[in-house]
Design a protein around this ligand. Structure first.
Ligand code: ZN
Length: 275
């Protein structure tokens, strides 16, 4: 069997916030309606996710307010539209532990979680620090870490140490620190070449091409890592797509994956087929 996966992006929320809160040098770009999404990849009977979105339960309830997420639909509702039940998901590859990427992992009882060792262990360390350090964990939902610990106790977590090919057949990861300490980008083999899920390395193509297309990488304004690491990670992303932006999937893509077919829509939230 080939390792060619089909790749779908599922939208599940929107925030309304200033561009400059996300990306440096965008003081004059005003507000943005920012989509939140995760990826469903399918191959034969296999169903896996890259990230999982967030639910609105427990301590997670306060996060949409805090981050001006005004519109939301359950990620499970979007998956149901694709005839996928939570127990169908065998694996979740997590780009990073922010609430909007990892919040819903507890909803998938049989899924194996694949996350960088540095990412998960650093957040355990950061959340244990005195409260005066809590700026570090402002985008981390404690319940997400509890869910990760529960999955760990059930032997459903693999802590990945750096770059790995074929963590699942045709699925590869590259360490891409900067936004967080151990973010990873995810490469998925498809019949149209390797497609790359950006995590939050970038929110806009402009970070790759430069303001005014000047070719200078643009760092984030919402990172806990260094600018140095962020720019090296944007370069790794560029390497992974081999400079071909048609193979790049930005999870918070303001252009809503333009040019790709919309295969389902629920209350305005779209499922877009990338490949
Ligand atoms: Zn993030």
């Amino acid at each position: 069997m080939t390792n060619n996966w089909s790749v779908f992006v599922l939208e599940y929320a929107y925030s309304h916030e200033p561009w400059v809160g996300l990306v440096k040098g965008m003081e004059k770009d005003g507000m943005v309606d920012l989509p939140y999404s995760f990826v469903l990849a399918t191959k034969g009977d296999r169903r896996i996710l890259v990230d999982a979105g967030f639910m609105k339960t427990g301590s997670e309830e306060e996060f949409p307010r805090k981050f001006q997420v005004k519109q939301w639909i359950s990620p499970l509702r979007m998956l149901a539209e694709m005839d996928v039940r939570p127990e169908d998901i065998t694996d979740i590859v997590v780009t990073h532990a922010h609430f909007d990427h990892m919040g819903a992992i507890g909803e998938f009882p049989d899924a194996h979680i694949h996350i960088q060792k540095t990412e998960l262990l650093t957040w355990y360390e950061a959340i244990a620090l005195p409260r005066r350090f809590s700026h570090l964990t402002r985008i981390i939902d404690p319940d997400t870490l509890r869910a990760a610990l529960n999955a760990s106790i059930q032997h459903r977590v693999t802590l990945i140490d750096g770059d790995r090919d074929h963590i699942l057949p045709g699925i590869h990861v590259r360490l891409a620190a900067g936004h967080t300490a151990g973010q990873q980008i995810v490469i998925i083999d498809t019949e149209k070449g390797a497609h790359v899920i950006s995590g939050d390395c970038i929110y806009t193509r402009r970070q790759l091409t430069g303001h005014d297309n000047n070719g200078v990488y643009v760092p984030l304004n919402n990172a806990t890592g260094t600018v140095w690491d962020q720019l090296k990670s944007i370069d790794r992303l560029n390497d992974a797509i081999d400079g071909d932006q048609s193979r790049l999937v930005i999870l918070h893509d303001v252009d809503r994956w333009k040019g790709r077919p919309v295969v389902a829509e629920v209350e305005g939230y779209r499922v877009v087929q990338i490949v």
